[in-house]
Ligand binder design. Sequence first.
Ligand code: COA
Length: 161
Amino acid sequence: MIIRPVRVGDAEDVHTIRVMPGVMENILGMASERVSYTDEFIRSLSQDDHVLVAEVEGTVVGIAALQVSARARLRHTAEFGINVRADRQRHGIGKALMSALLDIADNWLKLKRVELSVFTDNEPAIALYRKMGFVVEGTKKYAAVRNGIHADEYLMARYGD
Ligand SMILES: CC(C)(COP(=O)(O)OP(=O)(O)OC[C@H]1O[C@@H](n2cnc3c(N)ncnc32)[C@H](O)[C@@H]1OP(=O)(O)O)[C@@H](O)C(=O)NCCC(=O)NCCS
């Protein structure tokens, strides 16, 4: 497995991950999402967007992003997101991607706060986040539409030195 920065040519693989069952329902994507959405996302990344992918045998199997706030007084904070292909989960890919981005957060940006939102029933993701030092700060009630209901999310954060 190679961990490397995302490239424009990864759009198709990343799109495939985003819309597949086992991923789509746990993020804020839509089954109707187009490859062009992911293509534009990658092309529009700024220097404050740190996006890494995990590649196995030429295919992108996971992607994670750390997006530092552009606001002057929030420059010590960032949002985190991660997706691993459904058929490649539980093989250490999520942990590897997250470790690489948290190294950037801790040692190269000296961020004080990394935050994320996660559906309250997404146990694999919550377990990974807890393992990596995140704590639940609160519950966002009715945070997002998901399969016919307004589902709750946890706000989780991890504090740097
Ligand atoms: C959450 C996700 C990123 C985890 O990635 P992964 O590559 O499967 O995770 P890893 O194999 O690196 O697991 C790392 C740790 O996370 C926890 N974990 C991962 N999957 C788990 C599961 N199904 N049940 C319980 N704990 C789990 C474990 O603590 C694990 O460590 P261990 O294997 O030593 O026990 C992945 O399941 C995923 O992409 N899910 C769909 C999209 C999603 O939910 N994204 C997050 C939205 S907030």
